[in-house]
Design a protein around this ligand. Structure first.
Ligand SMILES: Cc1ncc(COP(=O)(O)O)c(C=O)c1O
Length: 393
C-alpha cells in the first residue's frame, strides 16, 4: 500500500499559479534568450557595497537582528526619507527594514486588512500587489489607467469605493506602465482617502528612476493627515541592482509600523543581518551615482521606444521606472500569448503577456510588457533580434 498522501492545496492557494513574469523568465533561460520580461538589472552592484557585505560577514554580523531592522540602517533610511522624499520620520518608531519591499507589503496587508476587505488598485497593476491581497482573502477593485496618456478618472476612483473598501494602493513610478503620479493626482487620491477613511499603500520602488519633466512625489509627504493613513514602501532592489539581497523598508505611523514589525517577526524573523549592515554603504554613494543611473535608463528608454515604434507598436513613453506596455493592435498577432510566444521562439527575447497586469485577461490581450533594465548592450542586442524576427511578418 502506498504511503503517499494525495496533495490537496489549501483553499487560499488552490487558484495560485506561477506569475507570467516568472514563467517568461524560465522559458527564456531554457532557450538562452535575452530576458526583457523580468524587472532585473544585471549591472554589477557598486564595489563599496560588495566590500561592505564581505566585511560584515567576516566581522560576524551574523545573528538575528531586531525584527524591525538594525537601528543604524533605520537612521540612514530616515535621513534619506527627509532629504529625498521630503518626509520626516522617527527612525526609532516609524521605520521598518523589511525582507524586500515585498516583505513590507506582506506585513502591511496582514496588519491593515481582514479577509473580505476591498482594496483599490490602478490597472494595469503589478501582479504581486493583486495576488498577495487575494492570497490574504481581500477583494480587488480596479481603476483603469488610460494607456494612451496615463490619465485616470477620479470618478472611477470614487465609484470603486464601497463600505468594504479599506485602502488604495498607488505604485509610482509605476510598474508596468511607467506612469508617474503627479502631485495633483496624489492630492486628489489623498482627499478621497481622507473623505472615506481609507489607508493608502504607496509602492515607490522606482523612485530614483524618473525621466526629464517628471518628479517623484511621496504621497505621505503632502500633509500630516495623509502621513497618518499612509504606509510608504521602498527598497534597495532596483536602485542598487540587488534584487536577490531581499532588502526593503516601510515608513509610516508608529502604531502601524510597530504592528507590522510584529508580523514581520513571525513571518521572516528579521531581514538578513549581514546585508543590512552592508546596505549602510549604499548611503555613502554620491549624487552622481543616481544621476548616472537615470541617464543610463533614459538612453535605454529612448532606444527601446524608438525601435518599438518603428516595428509598429503603439507606445506611451514611460515617465519613470523601466517598463513599457507596448500595444500591438496594428500588428498581426492574435493575442498577447501568441505575441510573446512568437518573440520568444523567433527572436529569442522574453517579454511578459499583457494579461499578467489586468484582472480580466481580455483587457491585456493587445499588450506586452517590455523591460529595458538589462545592460545596454543586451537591450540593444534584444532589439536587433526583434527587428530581424519581425522583418517579414
Ligand atoms: C512595483 C514593485 N514593487 C516591489 C517589487 C519587489 O521589490 P523587492 O525586490 O524589494 O521585494 C517590484 C519588483 O519588480 C516592483 O516592480
Amino acid at each position: 500500500m502506498s504511503n503517499s498522501k494525495i496533495f490537496q492545496p489549501s483553499d487560499r492557494t488552490v487558484g495560485l499559479k506561477q506569475s507570467g513574469i516568472r514563467s517568461a523568465s524560465q522559458r527564456c533561460q531554457q532557450i538562452s534568450g535575452i530576458n526583457l520580461g523580468q524587472g532585473v538589472c544585471d549591472i554589477p552592484i557598486m564595489p563599496v557595497i560588495k566590500e561592505a557585505a564581505a566585511a560584515s560577514i567576516n566581522n560576524d554580523k551574523s545573528l538575528y537582528s531586531a525584527c524591525e531592522g538594525i537601528y543604524p540602517l533605520r537612521e540612514k533610511i530616515a535621513e534619506k526619507m527627509l532629504a529625498f522624499n521630503n518626509l520626516k520620520v522617527d527612525p526609532a518608531t516609524q521605520v521598518m527594514v523589511s525582507h524586500g519591499a515585498t516583505g513590507a507589503y506582506v506585513s502591511a496587508v496582514n496588519t491593515l486588512f481582514n479577509p473580505g476587505d476591498e482594496v483599490i488598485l490602478f490597472e494595469p497593476f503589478y501582479g504581486y500587489h493583486k495576488d498577495l491581497l487575494e492570497l490574504f482573502g481581500c477583494t480587488i477593485k480596479t481603476v483603469p489607467i488610460n494607456m494612451t496618456d496615463f490619465s485616470f478618472s477620479m470618478d472611477d476612483v470614487r465609484a470603486a469605493i464601497s463600505n468594504k473598501t479599506k485602502a488604495i494602493v498607488v505604485c509610482t513610478p509605476n510598474n508596468p506602465t511607467g506612469k508617474i503620479f503627479s502631485r495633483e493626482e496624489l492630492l486628489a487620491i489623498g482627499e478621497v482617502a481622507i473623505d472615506n477613511d481609507l489607508y493608502i499603500l504607496t509602492d515607490e520602488m522606482y523612485e530614483y528612476i524618473t525621466y526629464p519633466g517628471y518628479e517623484h512625489v511621496s504621497l505621505a509627504s503632502l500633509s500630516d493627515d495623509l502621513f497618518a493613513r499612509t504606509i510608504t514602501i521602498s527598497g534597495f532592489s532596483k536602485t542598487y541592482n540587488m534584487t536577490g539581497w531581499r532588502l526593503g523598508y516601510a515608513v509610516g505611523p508608529a502604531a502601524i509600523i510597530e504592528k507590522m514589525a510584529l508580523v514581520q517577526d513571525l513571518i521572516y524573523v528579521c531581514p538578513s543581518t549581514p546585508l543590512q549592515y552592508a546596505s549602510l554603504a549604499a548611503y555613502t554613494l554620491a549624487d552622481d551615482y543616481y544621476t548616472a543611473m537615470r541617464d543610463e535608463y533614459l538612453k535605454k528608454r529612448d532606444l527601446t521606444v524608438q525601435v518599438l515604434e518603428k516595428l509598429g507598436f503603439n507606445v506611451t513613453c514611460p515617465q519613470g521606472a523601466y517598463y513599457i506596455m507596448a500595444n500591438f493592435a496594428n500588428l498581426p498577432f492574435a493575442d498577447d500569448e501568441t505575441a510573446t510566444n512568437f518573440l520568444l521562439e523567433k527572436a529569442k527575447v522574453a517579454t511578459v503577456t499583457g494579461r499578467s497586469f489586468f484582472q480580466n485577461p481580455v483587457d491585456g490581450k493587445q499588450f506586452l510588457r517590455i523591460c529595458y533594465a538589462l545592460d545596454e548592450s543586451k537591450v540593444s542586442q534584444a532589439l536587433t533580434q526583434l527587428e530581424i524576427a519581425m522583418s517579414d511578418i
